[in-house]
Design a protein around this ligand. Structure first.
Ligand SMILES: Nc1ncnc2c1ncn2[C@@H]1O[C@H](COP(=O)(O)OP(=O)(O)OP(=O)(O)O)[C@@H](O)[C@H]1O
Length: 361
């Protein structure tokens, strides 16, 4: 079998005695859109910098197309990096910025121009080719920065929080530009972000990092519906997390006793042991609400604390008598069938199959 495009093989990076990333083991497949996300300081940028050749690993191997890359300098790699700050040359025009890398590689004037204009056109900013960078808007500069990297026709484009300085409406537009571009070109994108919505909206696979280690790698759906551990479940945020002890295990389900009541969960091959602690999650969008007590096995009686509207979706924040917090996500038009106010008491329920037991608590 051929090796994936990129392999991180037990890669570690230390700064003096501080270990910023430890034993990273993962692969990047050709043509995929991979997002790396995690809290501040977890090692995302360090990982990307090693891939770009800006930092060498302290231990382990990074291989690109099967070749060891640990000490290959950035200009000898096919892995340009687009930063949040963009690092465009302020006194050059958009076109000159895009041409810059080609010039450094000794590409002739006419070819440079043709290639630069082609990419400015692809990015929808051909009309700004002659404009000074300093006169362009944030979104236009972003497109110049992308054109400047893509004109080199790289194998992998690395992006470090490229949209974090933009207004919310521009972020949505640029997300569409990036995903369309990535599909059209088939270039592998590695995208570092704090933003879950960005990562989940764009990526084929997501790496969740915590404290220099990989907490989970998977598709956005895997990570959302089946978080590997409590860290991922909490980081993803839209989950209800309940913790208790295993009351019984029967066939492929278990009963978990919590302060908020007993709940049935699918065991999903997790080795649950009677009387041992166990945690499970239910995605907020898989919880139903009702005014009357539901008939199923999994229910909680809660008080509505607050509501948060984002577009046509609403998140309800609730609490039961034991102080356990619950979140419910639903369409606003669904919610409008109930006339709810803060302090109202309602029933929550979910199907057993919607619960997901965590491997580690
Ligand atoms: N050159 C350096 N010298 C010493 N420590 C460093 C250096 N670069 C990074 N670190 C430390 O390594 C850890 C990981 O940093 P990194 O920039 O990779 O995190 P990050 O996940 O990208 O964070 P953020 O989201 O805030 O950008 C941090 O604790 C950081 O302080």
């Amino acid at each position: 079998m051929t090796e994936p495009l990129v392999v991180f093989d037990k890669v570690q990076k230390s700064f003096d005695s501080f270990v910023a990333v430890k034993e990273l083991d993962f692969e990047i497949r050709e043509g995929e859109f991979l997002a790396i996300m995690g809290p501040s300081g977890c090692g995302k940028t360090t990982t990307l910098r090693m891939l770009a050749g800006l930092d060498a690993p302290s231990k382990g191997e990074i291989r690109l197309n099967g070749q060891l890359m640990n000490d290959v300098p950035p200009h000898e790699r096919d892995t340009p990096l687009v930063w949040q700050s963009l690092a465009l040359f302020p006194f050059l025009s958009a076109q000159e910025n895009v041409e810059f890398g080609l010039k450094m590689r000794g590409v002739g004037k006419e070819e440079r121009k043709t290639r630069a204009l082609k990419w400015l056109e692809k990015m929808g900013i051909l009309e700004f080719a002659d404009r000074d960078i300093s006169t362009l808007s944030g979104g236009q500069k972003q497109r110049v920065a992308l054109a400047r990297s893509l004109v080199m026709e790289p194998q992998i484009l690395l992006l470090d929080e490229p949209l974090s300085a933009l207004d919310a409406h521009l972020v949505i537009r640029m997300q569409a530009v990036l995903t369309d571009l990535q599909r059209e070109l088939g270039i592998t994108f590695v995208y570092v972000t704090h933003s879950q919505s960005e990562a989940f909206a764009m990526a084929d696979r997501v790496i969740i990092m915590g404290k220099g280690e990989i907490a989970q790698i998977g598709t956005p759906k895997d990570i959302y519906r089946a978080p590997a551990n409590q860290f991922v479940a909490e980081f993803v945020g839209r989950n209800n997390i309940l913790t208790g002890t295993v009351a019984s295990v029967k066939d492929s389900t278990a009963r978990i006793a919590t302060a908020s009541g007993d709940f049935t969960v699918p065991t999903n091959d997790v080795a649950l042991v009677q009387d041992h602690p166990a945690s499970f999650v239910i995605s907020a969008d898989l919880v139903h609400i009702s005014m009357k007590e539901p008939t199923g096995e999994n229910k909680a009686f809660c008080k509505l604390i607050s509501e948060e509207f984002v577009g046509s979706m609403v998140t309800l924040f609730l609490e039961d008598a034991e102080g356990q917090e619950f979140k419910v996500q639903m369409q606003e038009r669904e919610l409008s069938k109930f006339d709810l106010h803060s302090g109202d008491e309602i029933w929550l329920s979910w199907d057993t199959a919607s619960a997901h037991v965590l491997n580690e608590t």
